[in-house]
Design a protein. Sequence first.
Length: 315
Amino acid sequence: MIQPLFMQPVLQEKMWGGTKLRDIYGYSIPSDHTGECWAISAHPDGIGKIAIGTFAGMGLDELYQAHPELFGNPSSPVFPLLTKIIDAADALSVQVHPDDAYGMEHEGELGKTECWYIIDADEGAEIIYGHNALSKEEFAEMVKEGKWSDLLRYVPVKRGDFFFVPSGTIHAIGAGITILETQQSSNTTYRVYDFDRVEQNGQKRDLHIQESIDVTTFPHVDAVNHFKVDGMVTTFIESDYFNVYKWDITESFTYRQTAAYTLVSVLEGEGVLEVAGDSYAIMKGMHFVLPNGIADVRLDGNFEMLVSTPGPKSL
């Protein structure tokens, strides 16, 4: 019988992290500087394991290789998506990610297009999204001279906002922001600026100026949002790599799966998931995959869920 794949999150310490992953979601965090919950991941830097059921204890990477039928017999050699909850108690570095071609050539892994759903944000919180340079030469000069306020674009954010962050986009999550990130399964990050911070060892983190110049898009172009609301489902984006939706469920909801598989994160609420006659208690902070072969599911309860499916380049 095909069952939902409930995941054990992987918690990651970060110098800019805090305690919200414990305080809000109840996760057992390794320290008071925990920045990321890798919710659904098969990446080598944070492999999630199946929590219960037939495949309990198996890594998602291993399951993807051993049972490709659960994922629609994909052509992608690695599980292509990764979802995270990020607690930015302090600002992340200003950074950029490569596309697939550059990532495979220089890092041996996928590039990184991602998107952010703002779960919560302090009053006055901002992200950095884009830059003002018109060319590589102008960008390099502004970076060299440290003209950060002229170079970087600051955008205020609030709960419920959504941002598409294609590879090549200069970006940073600001302090006081919690997000659900859906991304390609890659951990390649090129830092442009890190606010001259030092780690516990007294050393500044490495910057990657030339790589950043190589992969940044010039000039910056804001992604256009075409949100669509249909009952309890909000469509945020349908892209080459992933499709992302929000389910705001009141009482009951039936989902007919037409994608190869579906990734689900429960941001708020509790209730029951029914699949093929079996019932599963679900609550805030849980993450699961609906594998290929599950056609219809029913959810009873009140929920806010972030949901994603693979786009055509992820199959």
